[in-house]
Design a binder for this molecule. Sequence first.
Ligand code: FAD
Length: 602
Amino acid sequence: MNNNYDIIVIGGGHAGIEAACVAERAGAKTALITLKIDKIGEMSCNPAIGGLAKGNIVCEIDAMGGLMGQAADATGIQFRILNRSKGPAVWGYRCQSDKIQYAKFTQNFLKNLRNLHIIEAEATEILTENNKITGLKLADGSLLNAPAIVLTSGTFLNGIIHVGKEQFPAGRLGEQPSKSLSSSLKQLGLEIGRLKTGTCPRLLKNSIDYDKCTPQPGDDPPIPFSMLTKKIDRQQTPCHITETNPETHKIIRDNLDDLPLYSGQIKSTGPRYCPSIEVKIVRFKDRNKHQIYLEPESLQSEWIYCNGLATSIPKKLQEKMVHSINGLENAKIAQFGYAIEYDFIPPNQLNPDLQTKKIAGLFTAGQINGTSGYEEAAGQGLLAGINAIQYIKNKEPLVLARDLAYIGVMIDDIVTKGITEPYRMFTSRAEFRISLRADSAERRLTTIAKKLDIIDDERWSQHLKWEKQRKEFREQLKKQKYQNTSAEHWLKNPQNNFDELKENLPQNAFAPFDEKIQSQIVADIKYEGYLKKETQAAKKLHQLDSVRIPENCDFNEIPGLRRECQEKLNQIKPKTLSQASRISGITPADIMVIMINLKKSS
Ligand code: FAD
């Protein structure tokens, strides 16, 4: 066997899939090492893709040729745009996935990639020479050679599962953890931290009394994520809503001393914005109910995922808690909820291209970087894969600016600010969210992907077709007259809506244009003022972006900087003045001091 590769990807989760696919698309001879091939694309937690801000990430991945959107479209069993009552800037594209089919789809896709070698094995040691990647050692002793590695090992590094007082090593339930890789990373000089996440119990479908729950249907027609998907043809299915009640809350409160999160058994920090039910009940004392979404895991499975009920309380209490909920009085638990603690790499050890500062050629992406969520993992996987290619080709890395992509915001946040709890994407993290609408992902990113030669012909011709339509549709709005003004001008009034225009103008006026293009342009017109403001703010950001800080800059040598500020800057080693300005605790006055010193020394 020829063991020489251009890029090795460790992990077949959501980050690893995108990294492997993009590396292969770019023509790199790629190896994907994963613990179990039939677990590639597994959804460890909720059977869903997208959501607020996360949906934008999926569209961005798709716009750059990635797989997640296509896989979600092919296997989605309920599609809904969240926040639809608000403007499109904060819409969240989301689908309920058939998780069995989702994993199969990704596995089949990967197996058909010519330049990708999938190897079922445990990666145990990262091999380097002079702080540069040379290859990887597997548990059976075999060696693979490559100048770049993308590490995406998820929750598997020294994973420990907790259910009540029970504790056991695992990567996720039913899978062995990865035990050696963390030591190898430590030996390379990387600092390792510890985080926690959790999942909810799964119930048997037939044991739920759906008459007591509120059905929640999807959108009709379902709106896909991918620019390649014309229409969703799969059978769709509703979810159901129920809620906790004072009795549920009492069960938790009466037993706090026995709960791993409160007894001191779990020591690491979990996601503040996605708390377990016990944390919600303790933290929000005044609330006497929390919504629970009953989500089918697959059309082929009897399992129902209880979204909102993530927990690590003892099994007996889980049963009591579930049975206290309306509609779940007789529910049978198919799998108990659990928490998992795992090792991660605090991401302030990474450069903005997701390469570790210590080891050249070692890129990391996904849960190992302290994020949580499939979409966050996939977005980083894509960028880490792209930058591994750029690295081996000795080309400039791709860093997506904060006004260009949610993926850019996420990576900038984690590498610049570091993390103290699992990082999850929200719309509120993005200061340019009008520019980062889900429906503008292809406009923002497909040309960049084309320049990098990582986009397929189908996406590129779709992009060109839509570019043409956007221009022509805008012209048409300028030409068409309504109420003594142009349709374009009329639409600028926030009270006026496009449906009225369509009803009153000749039917063929807009017929040649895809509905998607029509709504994009109408949103552009409606948001024009905000978009201008964002563009101006982005200009300022780019001015600071263009001031590069030399790699060997010693901030201790800059007079006038506070000691605390020097320490932080030396730790993060920002690449630009703009990145420095986003480090917590760094003030505009500090930036001014650095700028003056950079000017003096240039
Ligand atoms: P994973 O999807 O975990 O994939 C890791 C891959 O690495 C696996 O294929 C594994 O086989 C492989 N691997 C690991 N070590 C090795 C090795 N040494 N050699 C070879 N292969 C290796 N996300 C949310 O958004 N919300 C939640 O509420 C949520 N709850 C979660 C609860 C639990 C219990 C778990 C386990 C995860 C939860 N997640 C949640 C997180 C979500 O599953 C992850 O964010 C996402 O799957 C991360 O993707 P990833 O690619 O980084 O890693």
